[in-house]
Design a protein around this ligand. Structure first.
Ligand code: FES
Length: 109
């Protein structure tokens, strides 16, 4: 499934939730860059869209993990020297985004 919207309809630096078919997706824009991710943190499932966007990362509000929006990988795990098993996490689930002259299209596999 694929959905398109205008770049101008995506707020700058504020995660926006949309439904694409039955999939809930969070869209994030920084300037002309756009990412589409799952709304759930890969650590323990918190609503990651409630977190903070800093540059091209998102910080989960619950335990402070920071994920790179470009790769989905965690780049900061607080207190990783303690509770090592509990601290394990996966990557953000990311959805493909294409941009065509001011239009942004997101594909849900
Ligand atoms: S649930 Fe997001 S950092 Fe733990």
């Amino acid at each position: 499934m694929r959905a398109c919207l205008s770049l101008n309809d995506i707020p700058e630096g504020i995660p926006m939730k949309v439904n694409i078919g039955t999939q809930l997706v969070v869209i994030i824009r920084r300037g002309s860059k756009v990412w589409a991710i799952s709304p759930y943190c890969p650590h323990r499932g918190a609503d990651i869209w409630k977190g903070d966007i800093v540059d091209e990362t998102i910080r989960c509000y619950l335990h402070g993990y920071i994920y790179d929006l470009n790769t989905g990988a965690p780049i900061l795990i607080p207190f990783s020297d303690k509770y090592s098993g509990w601290r394990e996490t996966g990557n953000l689930i990311r959805f493909p985004v294409d941009e065509y002259g001011g239009e942004v299209c997101i594909t849900i596999p």
